[in-house]
Design a protein around this ligand. Sequence first.
Ligand code: FAD
Length: 455
Amino acid sequence: AISPTAIVSDACASYSTLERLNRNVKPALDDLTQTTDFFSYYRLNLFSNTCPFWSDENGMCGNIACAVETLDNEEDIPEVWRASELGKLEGPLAEHPGKQVQKEKPKKPLQGSLGENVGESCVVDYDDECDERDYCVPDDAGTTGKGEYVSLLRNPERFTGYAGDGARQVWDAIYRENCFQRSSFPQSASLGGPAQARGPAAMDFKAVMEAAGRKEVLEQERQQNPLTPFVAKTGLEHEDECLEKRVFYRVISGMHASISTHLCWDFLNQTTGQWQPNVACYVNRLHNHPERISNLYFNYALLTRAIAKLGPHLGEGGPYTFCTGDHDQDAETRAKVLAVTENASSVPQIFDENIMFKNGEGPSLKEDFRNRFRNVSRLMDCVGCDKCRLWGKLQTAGYGTALKVLFEFDNNNEDIPVLRRTELVALFNTYARLSSSLAAIQKFRAMVEQPETAT
Ligand code: FAD
């Protein structure tokens, strides 16, 4: 197996390098994801899939009771502040037009209004096919006419009040996918349901978390030296844990950390009714767990590398058109995409995908890794809050796309990653989520360290 030292030397960047990079990337990413139709509408199956792993009676959230743990006396607060209201989607939904209509490339919005000046041609996917190289289950694989378009701008990722047993069950099941204790398992069958959830795999999760705890002191020491390579800060660098398993854990923990960052940053103060940062939330969920912050930064590096690798294929002459029929809009969107990819390429390679799945047990792990990540994406159908499910699905699709770009395509000009529109939108929006998490963490850190000067 590859030793932890090898990872440090091959995938190296400090917190400060990533934060400096993010100061350049963030404006470009915000511009791309907040001002273009192509990247601000996402198509997914939000409502038509049921949770494939357990039934609603087994603690699935989606009802008020789930939220009571965080919102005391929920009935006493105004309805608009209740978790069930906070978690609802805003804005018009447009249904997927279906393949038949897609071929005709309609000029007018089909159903619902997607907002002003949004041409339907900019929000249509032409390719729903599933690919064996996918790390995610495409939301509408093999089907037509399914899925809805949702405005990401109208539905920001923020505090919703979704908590309690339902949310906990989903996170536990996600982390259980990290336990690579079985040498092989049938695709889509690793989660058997609640009985299995309480079995040995759950104990492995506990061991992983305890191991992370033991590393915290080391973490804190290392964080005081910003030049320490960030990959060394995983908190999970066990001698017996190979790179691939560690990367899997870091991706999901980093995603979890990013979600926590956003809900703490955009938190509803139920006393004043104001949306504002909640420092105590940050301290409890992130500041006191530096390995989670480290994993978030790791994800930022991972996505930076995936975007940089994809960059050369996104220019003129490549397979991507961004919008069919409108040359000006197409060119404008492309220029904004390239502004992001050029910034992401401005640092030396900070994650080396070429050392993954190569040595030791690595090659045999690849399919397992991919299948487990697909299960994580399937688990998003068990999230019992619409807005959380939207961002959970988008982000697992974004990470899945990054892993596909990194591990399924060679670094040569002939092996061109061709992605579905939804994958591209998910990838860039997930990068934008991580980018805003980095910015929020820096501000939170200032609030904790210098509360009197922090704004
Ligand atoms: P949780 O965040 O539920 O964590 C459960 C346990 O996991 C913790 O006790 C800890 O042991 C461990 N843990 C926590 N963080 C990490 C980490 N980074 N790495 C490793 N282990 C960790 N709520 C919102 O308000 N807005 C949202 O948009 C939102 N989106 C969600 C999306 C998904 C897919 C899911 C499953 C939940 C979402 N939630 C959202 C709920 C939110 O993530 C929490 O579950 C909820 O706030 C309750 O938090 P908690 O303190 O009980 O701990």
